[in-house]
Design a protein around this ligand. Structure first.
Ligand code: ZN
Length: 259
């Protein structure tokens, strides 16, 4: 009897990448003996200060989902959920058959290291996208994709062609799920699944302030690709955040696009 789990591993091992030069953020060097099921990380680029922007791929199914663990360096609440999510996916042959999940652990490793919203040049990486509403500003860059972090992510998105993008943030008003583009069903499904363990989770369709040049504006509104902005509470309990991510991501991975 064949087991399905190796499918997950093959997809993950296919992206075995170089060791990581950065001294921070829990990188996997690949030097240790590999356990039976573990994701392999590779770099899609480097930050302004040279830290790798790590990515891993889990599963080999038709639904293509990109998950970004952090993009604002002072909003690290989603980062502890990444490894539990990967463990959950690797242990689930049905999820591996349903979806190909591309995970970017941290799109802003310099900001995370410094505890700052922007990157090392103080550019907000969630305002530096070639959206129709991009407007140059000191904190948004002089032009879209002026930063190595956004350029690397943009290249990844163009090649991976996700059906759904999920980005983790945090805000004092969290936890909730905001969305752009045709993502209302996914947002409701994620929030409902997360709310089973924590009733605070809800959908907030309108974030309430302009977001020129944001990923949501570009990917959701301009490209028409569903994108969820998952806003944890500030200092969200890591175990609760992980549980919400596992439950919420599982349900959106198995949704079919019936629009
Ligand atoms: Zn944010």
């Amino acid at each position: 009897m064949r087991r399905a789990a190796p499918t997950c591993l093959l997809a993950a091992l296919a992206l075995l990448g170089p060791g990581c030069a950065a001294p921070s953020v829990g990188t996997r060097t690949g030097a240790a003996p590999a356990p039976a099921a573990v994701a392999s990380w590779s770099a899609i680029g480097a930050s302004v200060e040279g830290r790798p922007i790590e990515t891993a791929t889990i599963g080999a199914g038709p639904r293509r989902v990109l998950i970004i663990g952090a993009i604002h360096g002072d909003e690290p609440e989603g980062l502890p959920a990444i490894d539990p999510l990967i463990d959950h996916l690797l242990a689930s042959p049905s999820l591996c058959r349903a979806a190909t999940v591309r995970i970017v652990r941290d799109a802003n490793p310099d900001g995370t290291a410094a505890g700052s919203r922007g990157n090392a040049r103080r550019i907000d990486l969630n305002r530096n996208w070639p959206a129709s509403n991009f407007a140059p500003a000191r904190t948004r860059g002089s032009q879209p994709l002026s930063e190595p972090e956004t350029a690397a992510l943009h290249t990844l998105i163009a090649s991976f062609a996700p059906d759904l993008v999920v980005v983790f943030h945090s805000t004092p008003g969290g936890p909730f799920v905001n969305y752009d583009g045709p993502a209302d069903r996914e947002a409701e499904a994620f929030a409902a699944a997360a709310a089973q363990a924590d009733p605070r989770w809800r959908v907030v369709p309108n974030i309430g302030y302009p977001t020129p040049g944001s990923m949501g504006s570009y990917i959701g509104i301009d490209l028409g690709v569903p994108i969820l902005t998952v806003e944890f509470a500030r200092r969200h309990d890591p175990e609760a955040a992980s549980a919400a991510v596992v439950e919420g991501i599982e349900v959106v991975l198995t949704m079919h696009d019936g629009r």
